[in-house]
Structure formats: C-alpha cells, structure tokens
Design a protein around this ligand. Structure first.
Ligand SMILES: [Zn+2]
Length: 250
C-alpha cells in the first residue's frame, strides 16, 4: 500500500484576498481527484503543481468532487467545463450529491452555458448538462467507487446542501469536513480517518478555529486546517494549517 497524497491548491475562505479558495487534488495509485473547483481553477492548478514540482495537467484528473455550490467552491466549473468541451473535446466526470448536482445546471451554469450561436445571424443552439459532464451521484448510504477511490459522504451543517467526505484508497483514508458549522457528530464520523482536513473559516455556519482546539488530542494530532481567514495567524496555530502549493502524505 503506497498511501495517498494531497496537493493543496487553495486554502482561503470566501473573503480571502491572500489565498485561492480551498480546493485540493488527491492522488492514489497514480490517479488524481479534484476536490472542489473555484475560479480560476486552471490557474490555481498550474501554480500549485509548479510550486510542488509536479508535472500534472488538469486533464490528468480522474474526476471532480463538488461538495457544494457556494462560489468559493464551485465557481470554476464553468471554465473547467468549457475547457473540456471546446479544447479537450471530452466530458469530465463530476461526483456530487443529488441535492448539489440538481442545482448545478439550472441554478448555476445554465445562464451562461445553455446556448451557443455557431455563427452570426444563426439561431441559438440549446445545450444540456449531459453534453458537458458525466454526473456520478454521491450517495449517503453507499460509497461511490471511482478508480482507486472509495468516496463516502455525509451532509454537513451549512447554508445550502453540502457534503463532507471520507475518501479511502491505497490503505489510507482522508476525512474532509467541507464547509460546516462545528458539529461534534461530524467529528465522530471523521474520527476514523488517517488524515482529517477541517475547515476553520469561522463566521456564519462555519467552524471557528477555537472550537477545534477543544477537541481531544488524538483527533487534533491527525487534523489539519484550511479555509482560514486572511487574518488567521498560521505561524501561531496549534493545529497545523495546510499551505497552498504543498503536498502532504496521507
Ligand atoms: Zn460554503
């Protein structure tokens, strides 16, 4: 078992002017998953892979997992999907819960993606989401398998439907809180993972860093934080904050 590693693409919360929004690329057995997709994802991805010394391209991704539709997690989908359709000429796989995927097209993408005009004076051609991506539903009962990754999900306490994740591959498990208010039952669900990535945004329906400090040492010792505000003192943090452009072994 060679384990997994995670490339940190962005660490900031929704209001950050210092960092890209939180998103990650997870690797096992040479295959990569994108976790969340803020704009401008291809620039974010390029900068992080270069910083980490990885010769990885966006089309090397096996699939994208979308936890929810807030812009700091999903605003890169339009650019990513247009790039796949018109440059790569293929459809990526999107993994998301039905409550997330169900609003991705009508509530988020269709305004800019549902029609094209092939030439001046021609009538618009209407498009469907199936032309742009292959949706793989993320259920709460059974994990979804994609390549080496087994992906389990749980709804979090957030303003809109949002899924936390447990992703197992190569003998290791990543626990990913996604955006959530502090939730001891979610912590229990994540506790068996080898590496827990928890948000620490603070504010409305998010988790304050101070709440995580109160967790038992055995949880904190395998927890790292992300989605932190610009003012957060990463040097003084008692729980290790992940850094943009770095790779962590899971
Ligand atoms: Zn959110």
């Amino acid at each position: 078992m060679s384990g997994m590693r995670i490339l940190v693409l962005g660490v900031g919360n929704a209001f950050s002017s210092r960092y890209y929004s939180s998103c990650f690329a997870l690797e096992a057995e040479g295959q990569w998953l994108l976790i969340d997709c803020p704009h401008p994802i291809r620039k974010i991805f390029r900068e992080a892979t270069q910083a980490a010394g990885l010769s990885l391209k966006i089309n090397d991704l096996q699939a994208t997992v979308l936890t929810h539709l807030h812009a700091d997690h999903a605003s890169g989908m339009e650019g990513l999907l247009f790039f796949y359709r018109y440059v790569l000429k293929t459809r990526p796989t999107l993994i998301a819960h039905a409550d997330v995927a169900g609003k991705l097209w009508p509530g988020h993408l269709s305004a800019s993606m549902e029609c094209t005009i092939e030439d001046v004076g021609q009538p618009p051609l209407l498009h469907t989401p199936e032309e742009f991506y292959n949706w793989m539903p993320l259920g709460l009962e059974q994990p979804v398998q994609v390549g080496p990754f087994s992906i389990a999900a749980r709804m979090t306490l957030h303003n809109i439907p949002t899924t936390a994740l447990k992703i197992a591959a190569a003998g290791r498990t990543l626990g990913f809180s996604a955006d959530t208010a502090f939730d001891p039952t979610l912590i229990d669900w994540l506790a068996g993972a080898d590496f827990i990535l928890h948000e620490a945004s603070g504010g409305f329906l998010h988790t304050p860093y101070e709440k995580l400090l109160g967790l038992p040492k055995e949880i904190r010792s395998k927890m790292k934080i992300h989605h932190y505000p610009d003012r957060f003192d990463v040097e003084a943090s008692k729980i290790e904050p992940v850094r943009q452009g770095r790779v962590y072994k899971i």
